[in-house]
Design a protein around this ligand. Structure first.
Ligand SMILES: [Zn+2]
Length: 90
């Protein structure tokens, strides 16, 4: 019986941790310049001829853009890479 239960538990754990690390992401702020550059890169890479892009905001913070061809870019960063910001003391 144990031979069946233990591998099952491990599989569940592995799946869970994979899900956690891939889905537990936070939006990262993007600067308008970055958005423009990334849009240009997208256009070059895909040969996209769109003249418009829409900025995607999350709580007043620019986090990505959507090209009028349907391409969407959202900057995300995994929570595990997020460190608290250290404010310089005056
Ligand atoms: Zn496009």
């Amino acid at each position: 019986m144990l031979e069946i239960i233990i591998p099952t538990i491990w599989t569940c754990l592995a799946v869970y941790s994979m899900w956690y690390f891939t889905s537990a992401k936070q939006y990262a702020p993007l600067t308008p310049q970055e958005a423009k550059i990334l849009w240009k890169i997208h256009q070059k890479r895909s040969g996209c001829k769109s003249k418009k892009m829409r900025k995607i905001k999350h709580k007043d913070t620019l986090i990505g853009f959507q090209c009028s061809c349907g391409y969407r870019y959202i900057k995300k960063q995994p929570i595990v890479l997020k460190y608290p910001k250290i404010q310089p003391e005056n």
